[in-house]
Design a protein. Sequence first.
Lengths: 185, 185
Amino acid sequence: MPRPAAPREEIVDRLGDVFRRHGYGGASLKLLSDATGLGRSSLYHYFPNGKEDMALAVLDSAERWMGDEVVPILESAASPQEKVRAVVAALDRFYLGGRRSCLLELFAIGDAREVFGPRVSQRLANLRSALAGIAREAGHPPDDATRRAEDAMIAIHGGLVVSRGLGDTTPFRRVLDGLEKTLIG
Amino acid sequence: MPRPAAPREEIVDRLGDVFRRHGYGGASLKLLSDATGLGRSSLYHYFPNGKEDMALAVLDSAERWMGDEVVPILESAASPQEKVRAVVAALDRFYLGGRRSCLLELFAIGDAREVFGPRVSQRLANLRSALAGIAREAGHPPDDATRRAEDAMIAIHGGLVVSRGLGDTTPFRRVLDGLEKTLIG
DNA sequence: CCTTCTATACCGAACGATCGATATAGAGGC
DNA sequence: GCCTCTATATCGATCGTTCGGTATAGAAGG
């Protein structure tokens, strides 16, 4: 390989930053190129199908992150309370304390929805059933657990939106502080 | 003078539909032109500063709507519980039962943020203090009332995001059903 | 009533810029 | 010399915007 260019993982991270800041449509190739330090042709070398491939890579990366960070928590022998706290810590890291927007929100807007809509829907449903698992472990009946899990997702995304709108991460952090009560309280 | 094909109010409504579906950056002049039935240049007749003017008109229209529909509720002699229920009904109509996205969310993304960020922030703060007023009337101390109002806003926007992502308005409607408890319960 | 006159409403065509995408050729490590 | 990666140059399409011009209708003057 010619040059010690950044590892693919870091490239995808930087692409993710742009998508999260500008959405799918707003993430122009120029922005993506500038953020990664790679020329257009290099981007097309790594992502032959262009922008859509880049977005899919970012989505896969986030999915992998959840698989690596959240799933082990769910599968551990910890108590529901401990699991919630670990998940909260993971979400806090993932969303950078509320400074980072959620791709699932951005990829459900405009033309991106046609392409990514089903994937977004499925990921949200997956997250919901994962959280519902904790609530069930805490003793809540299945339908109640699902409702609590959905409330948690609503709070998380609402906290992100309001924090972004106000330019202040306090709402999101308050959501995380209250998530234990929302989910198993 | 020729009669306008559509009253300005209706034009702004149709522009709002496009902005709410595609965001600011994603709302191309072609989409805006098709939605209103006006040619590109005709749009510049009504909105001399182009797209930004159109977005401001839509924002103003939403602000006026709140002034006409929500403020009278707040200023009425009704009980806090009745006020919450009336506000919930108004929000249900405004967001079309969860099928419509919130401009304040969309206009805080990407380049639009530079232009509309302060306005978005101010509108959210206004909405928060309006809702906090009801919570105070219900007997909650000021800081608690503000916290409840912010929770309500988080729930509303989270409900919209999750509903849009799942392609199902149930979460938003559930949020509205629970808003009374969130705000004064 | 019948003309001008003028303001408003609107359109098609085209502007320069940027969009996402590609083709070709060269540079660097095996 | 191959294979990987990147630079340059360019594509057609579309972006937001502007320009030149037409159509409509009420006002003003006779």
